[in-house]
Design a protein around this ligand. Structure first.
Ligand code: UD1
Ligand code: CA
Length: 461
């Protein structure tokens, strides 16, 4: 980068039109908050130490929500307008040299390439700055761009102050500006709240700089969707859809097959390896990482999960904060949560729940089981209907099951409990004591047969 670029992101407003108790920039699109999405774009042109977010409404929550370490914050105690918001960032935005890039915190669709283009344009020595513009199909609500006879930006007029004739202008201000920093700070005090809203309008800076003889160039961007500003939940949903589509497209171009890409919900930080297949209606959330050659079945919902190469997640698996080993077969209808760990080559079948449980390599739990707070050794078979009774009503207790053990169907394993390597648990047992290696444990009532009983019963009146 030829010049220092300081980025100021305006994020202090409440966003009244969201009809929310939460600040607008805390709302999410594409799997991250609006503010974080803007910061992601800004990080392509500046390091985090040169990015300043101006916070006001719910400042503490907004600060905490920012997930890029090193980003700075400035407080705007009362929301007196976008010009005032930038002024509040002044001390954090020092030194006052190079370029000053100013972004609205509610524009999550901005592309890094657009920012790079704007910075390049604004850096030209004969200009005081440059700003992005676009032709909006429906310009209502946005500031309109007034051009001079040279095609430069003469002024931005806000919707509220525009004449009927100006309201017909379709070229709008999406809120993406880049100024020569020293000029901007030199003249910022000239912004005055002389408008019906009684606010300090950042947009007035265009006229001010021109008055001092500095030209402001427009950078007309053809795709107006990239510049959508979020004011309502309808726009939030529209932005989310676009961000999802972009993510799916990036993954497909990197070698992932996605069936019905318009139906999947994949968060921005999710990674998927080559030749993996994602079926319809899948949700991959948070920091989920899927290896190569995996299959993620229809309707599966994975949050913050790690899936190793070659694993198959069958339809309708729900998994949180868990890991699934290479070539494992999970689902349909399995539930993994709270750091469940399924080793390589494991099989986890329908209606099996794993909570804080480690299943060793090649172990199987194919049907109807609850395995909680357990460590299960490699190659062990957990029969249908097995339950670890990990909770005594007051505390949770662990269950340890060795390798190559066989737990018969419908076993009730009362924790704390250890079943050693190679042991056998007879079907239907209630196991309350530790079982030693290679033993058979049977914990159920002995069967009693009564010959002829049924016939006798039928012959009675
Ligand atoms: C602003 C622009 C308008 C542009 C539009 C694009 C001004 C005067 N107008 O209008 O020309 O078309 O954005 O979306 O700038 N904010 C603060 N502190 C404040 C006021 C706002 O931090 O005191 C932040 C908000 O949190 C938001 C951003 O600035 O992220 C834009 O504010 P908003 O009220 O949405 O501005 P618009 O009226 O949409
Ligand atoms: Ca806005």
């Amino acid at each position: 980068m030829k010049q220092n670029i300081t980025v100021v992101i305006l994020a202090a407003g409440l966003g009244t039109r969201m009809k929310s108790t939460r600040a607008k920039v805390l709302h999410e699109a594409g799997g991250d908050t609006l503010l974080n999405q803007v910061i992601r774009a800004a990080l392509h042109v500046s390091p985090p130490e040169r990015i300043v977010a101006v916070v006001g409404h719910q400042a503490d929550e907004v600060r905490r929500s920012v997930n890029a370490p090193g980003v700075r914050f400035a407080d705007q105690p009362a929301q007196m307008g976008t010009g005032h918001a930038v002024l509040c960032a002044r001390s954090q935005a020092a030194p006052e040299n190079g370029l000053l890039l100013i972004l609205n915190g509610d524009g999550p669709l901005l592309q890094p390439s657009t920012l790079a283009g704007l910075v390049e344009l604004a850096g030209a020595s004969h200009l005081g700055g440059a700003l992005v513009t676009t032709e909006a199909a429906d310009p209502s609500g946005y500031g309109r761009i007034l051009r001079d006879s040279d095609g430069l930006v003469a002024a931005i007029v806000e919707q509220k102050s525009a004449t009927p004739e100006q309201l017909r202008i379709r070229e709008i201000n999406p809120g993406v500006y880049c100024f020569e920093a020293s000029l901007f700070w030199k003249h910022i005090a000239e912004i005055a709240p002389n408008n019906s809203a009684n606010e300090y309008y950042l947009t007035d800076m265009v006229e001010i700089l021109r008055r001092h003889g500095h030209a402001i160039a427009p950078m007309l961007v053809a795709d107006e969707t990239e510049l959508l500003g979020i004011n309502t939940r309808v726009e939030l949903a529209a932005a989310d859809r676009i961000l999802r589509a972009r993510k799916a497209r990036r993954l497909m171009l990197s070698g992932v097959t996605i069936e019905y890409p318009e139906t999947v919900t994949i968060d921005v930080d999710v990674e998927i390896g080559q030749d993996s297949i994602v079926e319809s209606n899948v949700q991959l959330r948070g920091r989920t990482r899927i290896g190569a050659n995996c299959r993620i079945g229809a309707g599966a919902i994975l949050r913050d999960c790690i899936v190793a190469d070659g694993a198959a997640i069958l339809p309708y698996v729900v998994a949180d904060s868990s890991s699934i080993g290479a070539r494992a077969l999970v689902g349909p209808f399995s539930r993994l949560r709270l750091n469940a760990e399924a080793g390589p080559d494991t099989h986890i079948g329908n209606f099996v729940e794993l909570k804080k449980t480690r299943l060793g390599a090649g172990a199987k739990a194919n049907h109807l089981a609850y395995l909680g707070d357990a460590v299960i050794g490699p190659q062990t078979n957990i029969g249908a209907g097995t339950i670890t009774c990990n909770y005594d009503g007051r505390k949770k207790h662990p269950t340890k099951i060795g390798e190559n053990t066989f737990v018969g169907s419908n076993s009730t394993l009362v924790a704390p409990l250890e079943i050693a390597d190679g042991a056998y648990i007879a079907a239907g047992s209630v196991i309350t004591q530790n079982v030693e290696a290679d033993a058979l444990a049977i914990g159920r009532a002995r069967q009693v047969d009564k010959p002829g009983w049924a016939r006798k019963r039928r012959s009675q009146p």
